[in-house]
Write a protein that binds this ligand. Structure first.
Ligand SMILES: NC(=O)c1ccc[n+]([C@@H]2O[C@H](COP(=O)([O-])OP(=O)(O)OC[C@H]3O[C@@H](n4cnc5c(N)ncnc54)[C@H](O)[C@@H]3O)[C@@H](O)[C@H]2O)c1
Length: 263
C-alpha cells in the first residue's frame, strides 16, 4: 500500500506505532499531535510531516486536512488521539469531563468534518479508522469519561459507515478497538480514590500490553482484509462482550470486577 496516511495522536504509543508501520509500507505519513516536541521525533524517525495539532480545534483539523491533501489524496485517516481520566464519576472535575468529550469524541468529529468531504471528492478507495477501545463495549468503573466517550466513538463510527454507504462513496470505515497496548494512556495522575486502580492498570499494560509495533502490524493486516471491526486482541473483548450482551438481554444487574472483595 502506498499513498498518504494521516494519524492523530502520533507522538506516542499506538499512533507512533501506526506511523512507523505506514512509513515502512512506503506510505507518506502526515502526523498530528498536540505534543509538538515528541511529534518531531516520530516525524524524523518515519520521514513524515509533523503538523502540531490540537484535535479539539476544528480549524486545526481543517489546516491538517489541507496540508495532508497537498501531499496527495489521503488513503488512510486514523482518528487516534485520546485521553483517559480516572476517578469516581461524581468526583472527576468538570474540566476533565469536558476534555474527555472534546478529545475523544469531538476530536474524532473534527477529523471527520475536515477530511470526509475531501475524501468523498477524491472519489477513490480510502479508509477512515476511528480508535475506540474494548472499553467502548465494556464499561469500567473509575473511568466513566473514557467508557462513555469510547461508547460514543463506537456509535458515531457506525452512523458514519451507514451514511457513507447511503451516499455510495468509496470511503470505507473501520472501528479499531484496542485491548492493552504499551503506551502512556495512563499518564495522568490518578483521580481521587483511583490510585490503586491506576496502579493495577499500569502494571497490566506493562505486563500484558502488546507493543505498539506488534499492534500496528495486526491493524494493517486487518485493513488489508477490509475489516470494519478491527479487534487485534479478541481475547480482551469477546468473553466480556458475550457476558454483557447476556446481561442486557436478561435485564440482569451489571456486575463489576473491581469489587471490595477482590480488589
Ligand atoms: N494503550 C491502550 O491500552 C489502549 C487501549 C484501548 C484504546 N486505546 C486508545 O488508543 C488511542 C491512542 O492511545 P495510546 O494508548 O497510544 O496513548 P498515548 O497517551 O501513548 O498516546 C495518545 C496521544 O494522543 C495525544 N493527544 C491527546 N490529546 C490530544 C489533543 N487534544 N490533540 C492532539 N493530540 C492529542 C497525546 O499527546 C499522545 O501523544 C487512544 O484513543 C486510546 O484511547 C489505547
Amino acid at each position: 500500500m502506498s499513498g498518504v496516511a494521516v494519524i492523530t495522536g502520533a507522538a506516542s504509543g499506538i499512533g507512533a506505532g501506526l506511523a512507523r508501520k505506514a512509513a515502512a509500507r512506503g506510505m507518506s505519513v502526515v502526523l498530528a499531535d498536540r505534543d509538538a516536541e515528541r511529534l518531531a521525533v516520530v516525524a524524523a524517525e518515519t520521514g513524515g510531516i509533523a503538523v502540531p495539532t490540537d484535535v479539539t480545534d476544528p480549524d486545526a483539523l481543517e489546516a491538517l486536512a489541507h496540508e495532508a491533501f497537498a501531499q496527495g489524496p489521503v488513503d488512510l485517516l486514523f482518528n487516534n488521539a485520546g485521553v483517559l481520566t480516572t476517578g469516581n464519576s461524581w468526583e472527576i472535575p468538570a474540566d476533565k469531563w469536558r476534555q474527555s468529550v472534546e478529545v475523544n469524541v469531538l476530536g474524532v468529529v473534527n477529523g471527520l468534518r475536515a477530511f470526509v468531504p475531501r475524501m468523498i471528492a477524491a472519489d477513490r478507495p480510502c479508509r477512515i479508522v476511528n480508535t475506540a477501545s474494548v472499553g467502548g463495549f465494556l464499561p469500567s468503573p473509575l473511568m466513566a469519561p473514557y467508557s462513555a466517550t469510547k461508547f460514543a466513538v463506537v456509535a458515531l463510527t457506525e452512523s458514519l459507515a451507514g451514511e457513507l454507504a447511503t451516499v455510495r462513496s468509496k470511503v470505507a470505515v473501520s472501528l479499531l478497538a484496542p485491548g492493552p497496548v504499551k503506551s502512556e494512556i495512563f499518564r495522568e495522575e490518578a483521580g481521587a480514590n483511583a490510585e490503586q486502580f491506576v496502579g493495577t492498570m499500569r502494571d497490566m499494560l506493562e505486563q500484558h500490553g502488546v507493543t505498539p509495533d506488534e499492534f500496528a502490524e495486526r491493524v494493517f493486516a486487518a485493513i488489508d482484509s477490509g475489516e470494519y471491526w478491527i479487534v487485534p486482541q479478541p481475547e480482551a473483548l469477546d468473553e466480556g462482550l458475550r457476558a454483557r450482551n447476556e446481561t442486557i438481554a436478561t435485564r440482569a444487574t451489571p456486575q463489576f470486577y473491581m469489587t471490595d472483595e477482590d480488589s
